[in-house]
Write a protein that binds this ligand. Structure first.
Ligand SMILES: Nc1ncnc2c1ncn2[C@@H]1O[C@H](COP(=O)(O)OP(=O)(O)O)[C@@H](O)[C@H]1O
Ligand SMILES: [Mg+2]
Length: 336
């Protein structure tokens, strides 16, 4: 089943269209859902009522002028890339049953989705992390670099601060304070020289001449997935997607979403084994080494400072977690 493109939000929510989704439609209720998403998109839950039945849908409306990610990356709504025919056919199994229709305006877009909240659960156990990584490897294996035109950019925290200052004044002080706290800790741990080397890096591709790229989700976390069963994890929220090193999605997931007690080396090797199974050949040592370096550097650039600011270094596992990232980062930086 393909996703329908509509000419306006009115069309997307027209009675005719909604009647196809729930025959005998009589009434519609719309409620705003509070989410933790950074993009600024508004999410609504829409309940359709017929005489005997009711059905819930989700509507995501994103005003690109208010979307800091879109602004910083100067894109026109990369989430919509997934509806391009060539990408859509490869993604179908990961978004099946979720997306119903969409609309693209000048500065906004809207996506109508089935309500998948009944599936929105994972227990975040080590076993389920393996399923998540297997799913990610399956997804990455479908794409080649030339399948995707938009490049995934690093999240630029300085630009984020500037953007927040203009739009969400109340949040910016707390964010900045936290960020500065993390930066001080990082400087302390890395030492002045390595920190400066790290700080100067604004763009990863100028450092590594070649590494394979694929289509990335860009924010692969349980919040943006619907866990149906171990072989079927659907993915939503493609607002950060783009072309880049597969390891960026992997490290982002390990850094943001995985219990600090789990062995990240085992998880990483599991991802690699699955990726090689799906693509049907083994990566050379050199390719994998480069992918690891790029992935570490990129994920640290985007999240390490926040991780440091929010970690309790007195806790043994949180301490070991931080040192996993720091040691890896150091060895990448020293070689540059
Ligand atoms: N189709 C859906 N079914 C159930 N929950 C959804 C659906 N779409 C979005 N949500 C909920 O809304 C949240 C935010 O949606 P998401 O697309 O991730 O937007 P954002 O870009 O703001 O993160 C999700 O984490 C999820 O909890
Ligand atoms: Mg999200």
């Amino acid at each position: 089943m393909s996703v329908l493109k509509k000419e306006s939000i009115k069309d997307l929510l027209s009675k005719d269209y909604l009647m196809q989704i729930l025959p005998g439609l009589r009434d519609i209720k719309l409620e705003n859902i509070k989410t933790n998403g950074l993009s600024g998109a508004k999410i609504y839950k829409i309940t359709l009522f017929s005489r005997q039945d009711k059905k819930s849908l989700y509507l995501k409306i994103n005003n690109l002028k208010e979307d800091w990610l879109a602004k910083v990356n100067k894109d026109e709504g990369r989430e919509l890339d997934i509806f391009k025919d060539d990408i859509y056919s490869k993604l179908e199994e990961f978004i099946n049953d979720i997306y119903l229709g969409y609309y693209i305006g000048d500065n906004s877009y809207a996506i109508l989705m089935n309500d998948m909240s009944v599936y929105k659960k994972t227990n975040n156990s080590e076993k389920e992390c393996l399923y998540y990584l297997n799913n990610l490897a399956k997804f990455h294996s479908k794409f080649k670099e030339h399948d995707v035109t938009n490049y995934k950019e690093l999240l630029n925290v300085d630009e984020y601060c500037n953007f927040l200052t203009k739009t969400k004044v109340s949040e910016v002080e707390e964010f900045k304070e936290n960020y500065q706290k993390g930066e001080i800790i990082l400087k302390d741990i890395l030492g002045e020289n390595l920190f400066n080397k790290y700080d100067e890096i604004k763009e990863i591709d100028s450092i590594f001449s070649y590494y394979p790229k694929t289509f990335l989700h860009g924010d692969y976390r349980p919040d943006n997935t619907l866990y149906i069963n171990q072989n079927d994890i659907r993915i939503i929220d493609w607002a950060n997607s783009g072309c880049g090193p597969c390891t960026l999605d992997v490290f982002w997931y390990l850094m943001t979403s995985v219990n600090v007690k789990f062995d990240k080396t085992i998880l990483l090797n599991y991802y690699k084994m699955n990726l090689e199974n799906y693509i049907g050949y083994k990566l050379t040592r050199r390719t994998w080494d480069t992918l690891l370096k790029v992935g570490i550097l990129a994920s640290c650039k985007m999240y390490l400072v926040s991780l440091l600011a929010n970690s309790n270094l007195e806790d043994k596992y949180e301490y070991l977690n931080i040192y996993y990232w720091i040691e890896n980062l150091k060895s990448v930086l020293i070689d540059l």
